[in-house]
Write a protein that binds this ligand. Structure first.
Ligand SMILES: Nc1ncnc2c1ncn2[C@@H]1O[C@H](COP(=O)(O)OP(=O)(O)OP(=O)(O)O)[C@@H](O)[C@H]1O
Ligand SMILES: [Mg+2]
Length: 260
């Protein structure tokens, strides 16, 4: 009997992904796979396409070419030379399982913290309010903010808002969490609390794809780091390769520039 370990089926599988805005080709053929339980990071220079890649993965932007498979379901693909999108309901169902946490939190300002958290499960997933409220309180406790359940977002610090945004994403029972620079809008003293929350999620085995400029954090937590520049995934590898033995000259230049 052979005892070959089977390759884990990726949760997210992307091949030759393209995105253009008019004549501006922003993503030029991205290949990327994430296995369940992995924490992947996207790093790279401003304007390189990191946010666009994240937004295409959960269809906040519609890709213009290539293939995305999520949890074994094809959301878009090329059929010969024709680019095809999955039916809208298929895409909508997949999106619920990969919520995004934004730099600017995007909480509803006229709703309390707990109302923000239960909105997705109740309105989008049509789950019953009572169990969702109970779960929301557990999530609030986990991010250390149970006492803020009835506060409004304006009464919270940036770091607290971001932890609420993370709790709101978790309330959807996501398979994949997407983060776009979750700490970039925060005062320096508030960054650590949000990074600790993300670290706790990694320890729980959550699958995550995180855009960040926090290189030390990425180095400590990443299974794989992807360097995106000019709409291309220039290099992917474990932190030791990316930071200490980068192969691509462009990545070597980027690492030099952030060390200065
Ligand atoms: N909605 C849009 N319409 C037109 N062009 C866009 C749009 N969104 C992004 N772009 C362009 O796509 C390119 C990549 O932008 P993107 O925001 O993905 O970069 P990024 O790597 O996230 O940069 P940063 O580190 O500054 O956040 C930029 O040239 C940008 O102007
Ligand atoms: Mg961005």
């Amino acid at each position: 009997m052979h005892n070959t370990p089977s390759t884990p089926v990726p949760l997210l599988h992307i091949r030759a992904l393209h995105k253009s805005f008019g004549s501006n080709q922003v993503l030029r053929g991205i290949d990327l796979s994430i296995a369940p339980g992995e924490v992947n990071f996207l790093i790279g220079p401003s304007g390189g396409g990191k946010s666009t890649l994240l937004r295409c993965i959960n269809f906040l932007e519609t890709p213009t070419g290539g293939e995305i498979q999520f949890d074994g379901t094809r959301l878009c693909h090329e059929d010969g030379s024709r680019f095809q999108l999955a039916p809208e309901r298929t895409i909508r169902a997949a999106r619920e399982h990969m919520p995004m946490v934004f730099q600017q939190f995007n909480l509803f300002s006229h709703r309390t913290v707990i109302q923000n958290i239960v909105e997705g499960p109740v309105v989008v997933q049509r789950r019953a309010l009572e169990p969702v409220m109970a779960e929301a309180r557990v999530l609030l406790d986990r991010v250390g903010l149970l006492d803020k359940a009835d506060a409004y977002p304006a009464e919270l610090s940036g770091g607290q808002k971001q932890r609420i945004a993370i709790a709101r994403a978790l309330a959807m029972k996501p398979r994949l969490l997407l983060f776009d620079e979750p700490t970039s809008a925060l005062d320096p003293e508030l960054v650590a609390g949000v990074l600790d929350t993300i670290r706790m999620l990694a320890e729980e085995g959550r699958t995550m794809l995180i855009v960040t400029h926090e290189m030390k954090f990425a180095a400590r937590l990443a299974s794989t780091i992807h360097f995106v520049a000019g709409g291309v995934l220039e290099e992917s590898g474990p932190p030791a390769q990316i930071f200490e033995a980068p192969k691509s000259p462009r990545l070597q230049g980027f690492i030099r520039s952030i060390m200065e």
